[in-house]
Structures are given as C-alpha cells and as structure tokens.
Design a binder for this molecule. Structure first.
Ligand SMILES: Cc1cc2nc3c(=O)[nH]c(=O)nc-3n(C[C@H](O)[C@H](O)[C@H](O)COP(=O)(O)OP(=O)(O)OC[C@H]3O[C@@H](n4cnc5c(N)ncnc54)[C@H](O)[C@@H]3O)c2cc1C
Length: 413
C-alpha cells in the first residue's frame, strides 16, 4: 500500500510535521524507533518563540494556549560580569491571556494568535507531551519501534525499510529523525560545518517549594565561583536550567559528571538544597552544521529539524527553526509537486544558513578566539554603569543577531 505521507521520527519536529500534514487534510504515518513508553531526556529546547506558537496553533487550533498555559514567561533579564551586575531589565507582564484560533486549521493571522506572549519556557519533554496528545487527537498514525535503516527513492515513490525487515511505501517522506538521521545518510547527503572543542554542561534543577528563585534569566560572564567560566540560568515551569561553559581543555570529570555538578552548582546558584533536586545532567558541544541538500534529486524526501541542521542551543534556533521547517515541508507535500518541494528545500536551507551564521556570531562572543573580544567585554563591563548601551551589548551578544532570516527564507528562524 502506498501511504500519502510518512514522517520519520517522533521528536518535536516530526510531531509538528505530522500535525501540519493533518491540518492540510492528509493522512500521515509517523515511524519512530523508540517504543511508545519511552522517556525523553531533559529540558533541552526550553524557549518556544511566539512565531513557533503561532505556527503550532495553525497546525492544531488551541495548541498554543495549552503550551503557554503550562510554560513560563520570564519578565526580567539580568547580566553580570565577574560578580557585578552590568544589565537588568524587567518587562511588563502582558495583560491578555493567550487565546487560540478556532478558525481554519491553516489560519495564522494576528487575530488568531492574539495575546500570545513573546515566548514561553517549558521543558522539551513537556512540549513533546502536548505535541503527542495533539497528534493523537488529530488522527496521526504512529508506528513505534520502527527503526528506519533503508531508503529507496524511485520516480513514483519512496520505500522505507526498518531494521526488523518491515517496509513502507509513500509518495512523500518528511525525515525528522534527528542529528544522526539514517534517512539523510541513506540519501548520501552530507552535513557541512564546524564543531567547537570545548563543551557545556547543562543541568536541570527542580525548584524548592517555598524557596523558589526569582523568575529571571541570568547570564553571568566569568563567574568567580567557577574559576571565571560563564554561567547562564534559565527558569522553566517547575525549575530552572543551568548552563556552564567549560574551557577547551577542561576535563569532563571536573565539571560534566553528577559528582562534579554537586561541587560547583552551590557556588553559582543562591539557596540550599539544589543538588538534592537535580533532574538531569548532560554535556554538549557547539555544533554548527547544515545539510548540503534538504531534499533528494527526485524531490520525494524532505529533511527537517536536526536531520537537516544543527545549531548550538544559545539563541534557541534548534527546535524553533525545526518547527518552521515542519510547517514549510507540510505545505510543500500538500501542494504535491516537485517544484513545491524544491522551493521548500531552497527556502529552508537559506534559513538554516542564516541561523548557522547567527549562531557563529554568538559563538565568537561566547568562546572568543581573539583576545580583543575579551578585552572589549571587559571594557564594556567597566563602562556599563555610565554607558547603558555597553551593558545592553553584553546582554544581547551571547545569543547572536536578533533580526530575522532573509525574506526568501520565509520565517524569523
Ligand atoms: C542541551 C540542549 C539544549 C537545547 N536548547 C534548545 C533551546 O533552548 N531552543 C531550541 O530551539 N533548541 C534547543 N535544543 C535543540 C533541540 O533539543 C533540538 O533542536 C530538537 O530536539 C530537535 O528536534 P528534532 O525533532 O529535529 O530531533 P530529535 O528531538 O532528535 O528527534 C528525532 C526523533 O527521531 C527518532 N529517530 C532517530 N533515528 C530514527 C530512525 N532511524 N528511525 C525512526 N526514528 C528515528 C528519535 O528517536 C527521535 O524521536 C537544545 C538541545 C540540547 C542538547
């Protein structure tokens, strides 16, 4: 049997793609290697941008309201340099609660998403929980325990095979099978880009009832408590994420293990007992890679999310841009022509290259290779009390440029 659309991978991007395909009125089957009762790790993509919420609400009316009612929007941002505050700003809380669109599934107008916050912060596991429930109620068909390891594309269809010998045929495949995408590998599409040497440690901590920390995002350059390494703290519903930036030659055992976190965490977060409430510890490197092509020569397979691009977490481009890919891929699949798929591939690769360059600018600031950058940061920190734009620069630079990607990419991310 030839299925109209298959999505490979039930991560956030694959589930968004499946929802978007359903919003276009097409049946869709998701093949996922994990079992249905899997446990996904950690906070990861905390920051869900307003544009992403709009897209999700267009895919499934009401989804943005569900996500924002669970998520948290912080209204204070602070930046410190070696123990001294150089920037602090609090924004007014939006007065209107989020509304959802009850209109057409593809509606994406300002009216339909009015009242959405600029972003919402929740653990990726929670976002995925909402996406899965939305998929189930939208009639998405899931095949769990299906590890795709073969792809054959012909002029009429694409045939996917799994490790255990099953096969599926479809006219179009959306590959959302993550950073180690088997579909991308089978198509012979290479990733192009770079990977940094040093690593970051990311820790999720559940908040202490009655002793919750202020709901604010804090970036601390050269924190004295950890030998001058930079630290960020980001709140999410029920806790907070701490990101420690290690040096190129730091041994993993000194910072990246649970024992090591027990040592350094109390020195960077105020309050007692946080080490007893650690939910997750992980390490990652800054990787910036973009697939050389976002589709195959016959335009039957569309790469989305981390199957197509890898960006560092700072700037929140990973999942947000993946969901923009998912919306664009579903539209191309619904149009159903090779030309539409070609347009998807060109537009989303342009966006990915923009995102990668933006992450590169952030990286240049976060892990400066040149002494002049550190000297500029030191000077800006010294001048911030009298020249507020210096503090503003220190506040913004770790996340890269804020302006959107080129108009031809079609989206902010
Ligand atoms: C520490 C950390 C912090 C992050 N912070 C942010 C952030 O703040 N904002 C942001 O936007 N992003 C962030 N990201 C990135 C974000 O987590 C990813 O961009 C996101 O998970 C990518 O989603 P995806 O669906 O493309 O891939 P994945 O989440 O990797 O999902 C891929 C799915 O495909 C399945 N799969 C894999 N291979 C196969 C196969 N052969 N057959 C069938 N199924 C398969 C997997 O089991 C999985 O379910 C962060 C990542 C990390 C590690």
């Amino acid at each position: 049997m030839c299925l109209p659309v298959i999505v490979v991978g039930a991560g956030p991007v694959g589930m968004a793609a499946a929802l978007a395909v359903r919003a276009h009125g097409l049946p869709v089957t998701v093949l996922e290697t994990d079992r249905a009762d899997r446990e996904r790790p950690g906070s990861r993509a905390l920051f869900v941008h307003r544009e992403t919420l709009r897209l999700l609400d267009g895919m499934r009316p009401g989804l943005a309201a569900e996500i924002t009612s669970h998520g948290q929007t912080w209204h204070t941002k602070r930046t410190l340099y070696r123990g001294r505050e150089v920037y602090a700003r609090s924004f007014a809380t939006p007065l209107r609660p989020p509304e959802s669109s009850a209109a057409s599934p593809s509606a994406e107008t300002t009216e339909s998403t009015g009242g959405l916050p600029p972003f919402t912060s929740l653990r990726q596991v929670d976002t995925e929980r909402f996406l899965l429930a939305a998929c189930q109620s939208a009639g998405v068909d899931f095949v769990w325990g299906a590890k795709v390891n073969g792809v054959r594309v012909t002029d009429t269809d694409a045939v996917l095979t799994s490790e255990d010998g099953r096969s599926w045929t479809s006219s179009r495949v959306i590959a959302a099978d993550g950073a180690r995408s088997a579909v991308r590998r089978e198509l012979g599409i290479r990733m192009e880009g770079t990977r940094s040497r040093g690593f970051h440690v990311v820790v999720d901590v559940a908040e202490t009832p009655g002793a919750e920390l202020p709901v604010e995002r804090v970036f601390h350059y050269e924190h004295p408590g950890v030998g001058g390494r930079s630290v960020m703290r980001v709140p999410f519903t029920g806790g907070f994420q701490v990101d420690l930036q290690c040096r190129d030659d730091d041994p993993h055992a000194s910072f990246g293990t649970r024992d090591a976190v027990h040592e350094w965490l109390p020195r960077v977060v105020d309050g007692d007992g946080h080490v007893d409430r650690i939910l997750w510890v992980s390490t990652y490197r800054f990787v910036r890679k973009v697939a050389a092509e976002f589709t195959d020569p016959r335009r039957r397979v569309l790469l989305v999310g981390e199957a197509a691009h890898l960006f560092p977490p700072f700037g929140a481009r990973g999942m947000n841009s993946g969901i923009a890919d998912a919306a664009a891929a579903a539209e191309a699949v619904a149009t159903g022509t090779p030309e539409a798929v070609g347009r998807f591939a060109a537009a989303r690769r342009t966006a990915a290259l923009f995102n990668s360059a933006a992450a590169g600018a952030a990286l240049e600031h976060l892990r400066p290779r040149r002494r002049i950058v550190r000297a500029k940061q030191r000077a800006a920190a010294a001048l911030a009390p009298v020249l507020p734009w210096c503090g503003q620069w220190l506040e913004r630079a770790p996340y890269g440029p804020r302006h959107g990607s080129p108009a031809s990419a079609g989206r902010k991310y």
